[in-house]
Design a protein around this ligand. Sequence first.
Ligand code: AKG
Ligand code: FE2
Length: 279
Amino acid sequence: MTSQGPGPERRHLLTSAQMARFVAHGSHRMDAVVPAAMNERAISVFDAGVPHARDGATVDEAYPPGSFVRELLELPEIAGAVHSLVGPDPLIDHHAVHIRHARNGEAQPLHADAIIDTREDAFDVQLMYYPQDVTLDMGGTLSVPGSHLRRINETDTGRYQNVRGQTRLVCPAGTVQFLHHGIWHGGRRNDSDITRYMFKIRFNPTVKQRLLWNTEDLAAPEVLAELRTRFPWYENASGRIEYLNRSRLWAALTGDPAFDLDYWSTRVSNRPQRVLPVR
Ligand SMILES: O=C(O)CCC(=O)C(=O)O
Ligand SMILES: [Fe+2]
């Protein structure tokens, strides 16, 4: 995680197909990636409280070597995913332990963790770690796949109770998901007798997020297939804008300004500069 280190091995980086899936879905999920021995320690660590980190702290400042969170971030698969998404030396925007108490009777409103954020060529990711098995009634994080590029202002989506295609996270202990900062999400009501824990870290990149993953499969057909995913909530008209937004993000991530998915950005960026002589 530090600039001195060699960085994660290539085999732990995400593939191009996984990155394209992240660009389409706005998330990347890794089931049971944290070993059981760490999951068993996690809840007492979270109950004791993870020391506050200043906004924009480095990983070294926020999580000293040997601390639980540092150990979590040094797991090769997690280090590889963080590197692929935001690169080396990300900053800690903030972190938080999110607890949904047993039988708490309330869901969070659907929201994005941001005011309207208009960046097209950079994004933050939020790591969410679930140390316990999360069942459907435990208030796992709900999210709406493909919503991350439909820019909204924080809880302005709070009136939407359910959106077609939404997912409520159900997962085995030790699961980590990475969410694009713009995704519509919210903790659900916990109707179970078990208090649900989740630890979140938001990372800000400090390098251009360009080709940071394992690019061996960049030209594989799966990449375009992932980028073309359609989600059930897309309207016929506005849904098209999501393909344009994805094209632009993939162009930025690959450093190829001419990249386009089916002519969407080519058409709307066509501003010919060739001036004909007046006759
Ligand atoms: O508790 C949850 O599942 C989600 C909490 C949340 O919205 C967040 O961490 O941004
Ligand atoms: Fe949130």
